[in-house]
Write a protein that binds this ligand. Structure first.
Ligand code: TRP
Length: 460
């Protein structure tokens, strides 16, 4: 039951923009700087780069291949590729867990995307100007305590995303990234130029690139891997689905490198936009999740052209978030459409309503539902409200689980001729290197991470 009319990207470039749009998100601009700050800088950055190079790129290639081989979304793709295998039902189940993961991620991601929209608005209307010390904390806390505010902005994020998705690949996704991505890069460049003129660049350089290896612990390694996988949109159907729309003549290894390079570049540049402000103002490097929403607005309020800078910064975050929510939303719609359950617009509507409910629960879990615990089977999960639990399960556990099995499937189960043809490197040394990483290194490392995760060695 192959879906015959499945749309394709109009070119490799169109795919690249959309995939970079997916990868570049809150993970790069919101999370990366604060995680680097918390983990002591250079050594963490170096580790991160190693993970992207040795695991990230090979795994993007893996997921694109699984998607493109039969040009189907995950459940159908695994089902078709596992045809004739005894373990076929298991692989279809893996396809299903792949689909569920972006749903879980959107459950919290939509809420944060809403914060960014709210902050753009607050910046423009001057609600974050002329604040006295400590007041940005109050503004942030007021937002978190207000179900109406949180749900209003989250709803806007859901509506924008569902609308874009409902229009299809070329008229929806491509058009959106064609507008949003150039603006995103433009703003990023402006912000860095501004930083260059305001000092703190030398300190930033030292902090980000001078490794102090005493800062590396087992946990840092886990943290760097989790961050890299999340930032590269791995382990959650996105790359498989985007790969399924990729024309057959485009080179998967080249595109995978392009996505990884751009994503990593933006994360590093985001560091260069944020850290100079921290250094020149003598702020705390490890303020964690508060960094962007509480610490930075204080500075925007004080520096020359701070309001303009602030508006641009939060617009950047909002654009990055929306191109990512699109990619997290698409797998569900693609699956419903392929199964012939409903048309794309109807699928977008239903998925939108479902995700709105889930994200609504997340939003409420920071105020009225803050005491609700859905799972209590370990001490770690028992401490988490709904939003934190969704993040913990989807962005950590399920993502690792899906990547592990994607690696095992392509490395050990799939027909080698199919893999060779799809990767398009011939039976070269490079191909063998890739295959070795996928067959041996990924299962051991990711398998260990999953173990460490459940043994409670991984925080957050
Ligand atoms: N990579 C995005 C970010 O850094 C988030 C994202 C989009 C994602 N699609 C994904 C994460 C798929 C995991 C899986 O913000």
């Amino acid at each position: 039951m192959t879906h015959v009319t499945q749309e394709k990207w109009s070119s490799g470039m169109a795919f690249l923009l959309a995939a970079i749009g997916s990868a570049v998100g809150l993970g790069n601009i919101y999370r990366f700087p604060y995680i680097v700050g918390q983990n002591g800088g250079g050594a963490f950055v170096l580790l991160y780069l190693g993970v992207v190079l040795f695991f990230g790129i090979p795994l993007i290639m893996t997921e694109l291949t699984i998607g493109r081989r039969r040009q189907l979304p995950p459940i159908a793709a695994y089902g078709a590729l596992a045809e004739g295998m005894k373990s076929r039902p298991f692989w279809k189940l893996i396809g299903f867990t792949n689909i569920m993961t972006p749903i879980g991620i959107l459950g919290f991601y939509f809420v944060i995307a809403g914060w960014t929209l709210n902050y753009v608005y607050s910046m423009i209307t001057g609600q974050l100007s002329n604040l006295v010390e400590g007041q940005t904390q109050t503004v942030f806390a007021e937002m978190m305590n207000s179900p109406v505010t949180l749900i209003f902005w989250m709803t806007l994020a859901v509506l924008i995303t569902a609308f874009i998705i409902s229009r299809g690949i070329k008229a929806g996704l491509e058009k959106a990234v064609n507008v949003l991505m150039p603006m995103l890069f433009f703003i990023l460049v402006l912000l860095v130029i501004y930083s260059l003129f305001n000092g703190g660049i030398v300190e930033t350089f030292k902090f980000m690139f001078y490794p102090d290896f005493s800062k590396i612990t087992g946990e840092t390694v886990l943290e760097a891997t989790g961050q890299a996988f999340f930032s590269l949109s791995l382990g959650s159907a996105t790359m498989m689905v985007y790969g399924s729309y990729l024309p057959k003549n485009e080179s998967i290894p080249k595109l995978a490198c392009g996505v990884a390079f751009a994503d990593t570049f933006v994360a590093l540049i985001a560091g260069f936009a944020v850290f100079p402000i921290i250094f020149t103002n003598g702020l705390d490097l490890d303020s964690g999740p508060n960094l962007v929403f509480v610490t930075l607005p204080v500075i925007f309020d004080q520096m020359p052209f701070g309001q303009v800078f602030g508006i641009l910064f939060f617009m950047l975050l909002a654009f990055a978030a929306i191109t990512s929510t699109i990619s997290l939303f698409e797998p569900t719609v693609s699956t419903l459409e392929e199964k012939g359950i409903c048309s794309r617009p109807v699928a977008s509507l239903f998925a939108g309503i479902g995700l709105w409910c889930l994200a609504g629960l997340s939003a409420l879990s920071m105020n009225v539902l803050s005491d609700v615990r859905l799972l209590t089977f370990t001490e770690t999960v028992a401490g988490k409200n709904i939003m934190d639990l969704l993040e913990y399960m989807s962005a950590n556990a399920m993502m690792l689980f899906n990547t592990l099995f994607a690696g095992i499937f392509i490395g050990w189960m799939m027909n080698r001729k199919d893999v060779l043809e799809e990767i398009g490197l011939g039976d070269s040394l490079l191909f063998k290197f890739w295959l070795t990483i996928i067959r041996f290194v990924v299962p051991v490392v990711v398998g260990y991470l999953i173990y460490a995760f459940f043994a409670g060695k991984l925080s957050s």
